[in-house]
Design a protein around this ligand. Structure first.
Ligand code: BGC
Length: 374
């Protein structure tokens, strides 16, 4: 009978859905929606403003559902405080992390971007993708809840060459996997490095710091940075340093170790080198476990690096989604991406995108609720 679930359907079948509701108006007058993706016990909320992941609600080992990502309760919070600021949950483009001097050269032509962090450009500039309103369509199919976001960034936007068309798809499947898939095309040679900037606190946002969370990073090397947080170009072995997370280690264990690189960034704010990988090949990058709640986040990606940022610049001045203030270390970002400043670093994998080619990237955030309904 049409419309009836097939025999043997899983509990979640037919349960997965994406629903949009109005969420205010952007400063330029564009209406903003909030999408709610639900699948079994997991609920993810995504804003059309900045493609921001506003909340991720998952059960803990005892079945208690909590929002485990940092954010703001309303659109004004994001408009006023997210950039400059923490970039909570946002899609970052056109170029994640820093470009030294806000400059890069493609095909012999040098492009100067607006600077928004001292001498550098951070996260695509002051009006990056995190501040744009994306158009959206529902791509749910009954088993997977999904929303597709599209943004056409005109040539010259924030100083970047080429009209860049970016399509990002968020899907939430019945195994509590939030997959973020990125595609981008251009009509002129340019550079692209997209990521998502979600901060995790697996005990629940606003519950205090994550120094007790145990982290594993599948990387033998990391990228040391200079005084303005630009990679020096060298890849250093993690062996024997506070950067060695090859075996699960509490984030707070070595934060105060007195290592020069940790002082420079006020904590962890570095790229871990995941090793060579093909576009299509997903590999595990990180596992974050919170002994207090029993929640575990596993991150897999096609990207060559992951920026582990320990929330160093959260300073007690922002009130989060649940009405609590965020302080240093209250959340951690695991940003899968190409290396910072790649266009200016001949030794790094290329971030160039040319007409006729498609930029493709996938990252999977897996948050198994041990207790699935049913
Ligand atoms: C950067 C940090 C920065 C944060 C918020 C991270 O991706 O690595 O240095 O403070 O974003 O802007």
């Amino acid at each position: 009978m049409p419309g009836q679930p097939a025999a043997g359907a899983t509990h979640a079948r037919g349960n997965a859905a994406a629903v949009a509701e109005p969420f205010g108006t952007a400063p330029d007058g564009t209406p903003v929606d909030r999408w709610t993706l639900s699948n079994g016990p997991v609920t993810v909320r995504v804003l059309t403003y900045g493609g921001i992941v506003q909340s991720v609600e998952v059960p803990d080992a005892g079945g208690r559902v909590t929002n485990v990502v940092l954010g703001f309760a309303d659109l004004a919070g994001y408009v006023e405080h997210n950039n400059p600021g923490p970039y909570f949950g946002a899609l970052i483009g056109r170029f994640g992390n820093r470009l030294a001097g806000g400059r890069f050269t493609v095909d012999g032509r040098t492009h100067q971007l607006p600077l928004n962090e001292g001498p550098n450009t951070l996260h695509g500039g002051p009006e990056g993708f995190d501040r744009q309103v994306w158009t959206t369509t529902d791509v749910s199919d009954g088993e997977v809840a999904g929303v597709r976001l599209t943004l056409v960034s005109p040539a010259g936007h924030q100083g970047f060459p080429g009209t860049l068309t970016t399509v990002v798809t968020y899907t939430l499947d019945a195994a509590s996997r939030l997959t973020v898939h990125y595609e981008a095309t251009t009509d002129a040679p340019t550079v692209v490095n997209l990521t998502n900037h979600t901060y995790w606190n697996l005990s629940g946002e606003g519950s205090g710091n994550v120094h007790g969370h145990v982290l594993q990073l599948d990387a033998e090397g990391y990228l040391p940075i200079d005084g303005t947080l630009i990679p020096t170009g060298e890849s250093a072995p993690v062996e024997g340093t506070p950067f060695d997370f090859r075996t699960p280690t509490a984030i707070g264990d070595r934060l105060r170790a007195g290592h020069e690189q940790l002082v420079r960034a006020r904590g962890y704010d570095h790229t871990w080198v995941l090793g060579p990988t093909g576009e299509e090949e997903l590999r595990r990058a990180a596992v974050l476990h919170d002994p207090a709640s029993g929640r575990t986040l596993t991150v897999a990606t096609t990207e060559p690096g992951v920026q582990f940022y320990s929330g160093n610049f959260l300073d007690g001045t922002l009130v989060g989604t649940g009405g609590r203030v965020y302080r240093q270390g209250d959340g951690v970002a695991l940003e899968t991406q190409h290396f910072p400043d790649s266009p200016n670093q001949p030794g790094f994998p290329s971030t160039e995108l040319r007409p006729g080619r498609t930029y493709r990237s996938t990252t999977v955030f897996e948050l198994p609720g041990d207790v699935r309904a049913g």
